[in-house]
Design a protein around this ligand. Structure first.
Ligand SMILES: [Zn+2]
Length: 135
């Protein structure tokens, strides 16, 4: 599936949704609360937050939480992604690979801090993750 459809993206609203999701993060171990908001080609926003576990390997990132939520709702094409974290942070490597399964290199990703009003940095998935694994 290719991302980056010709959908107008309200980045301010999408970042706000990511910040709202970050407020629901369950991160008692790292205290690094992250929220992600994925704009589906269907116009809906799918949010996710990181969810940690006492068994650390079971922790799930906000980005994959949002992506899997979207897929579970039947959405497999995406127009944009916003991430909010204590400091502007790109998706981890695992999330980049997961995103590449459904999103093309032109998917634009906004990386914001949790502070309202702070301008996010933006990058394309293809620049963050230029050579995804395929089989
Ligand atoms: Zn991740």
């Amino acid at each position: 599936m290719s991302g980056g459809a010709a959908m107008a993206v309200d980045w301010e609203a999408l970042v706000a949704r990511a910040r709202e999701a970050a407020a629901r993060a369950y991160a008692p171990y790292s205290r690094f609360t992250v929220g992600a908001a994925l704009l589906g080609a269907d116009g809906r926003v799918y949010a996710g937050c990181n969810v940690e576990n006492a068994s650390y390997g079971l922790c799930l990132c906000a980005e994959r939480n949002a992506l899997f939520h979207a897929v579970a709702c039947g959405c497999r094409a995406f127009a944009a992604l916003a991430i909010a974290a204590p400091r502007p942070s790109p998706p981890c490597g695992a999330c980049r690979q997961a995103l590449a399964e459904f999103c093309g290199p032109t998917l634009e990703v906004a990386m914001a801090s949790l502070a309202p009003g702070a301008a996010p940095t933006r990058a394309f998935l293809g620049d963050l993750f230029p050579d995804p694994f395929t089989c």
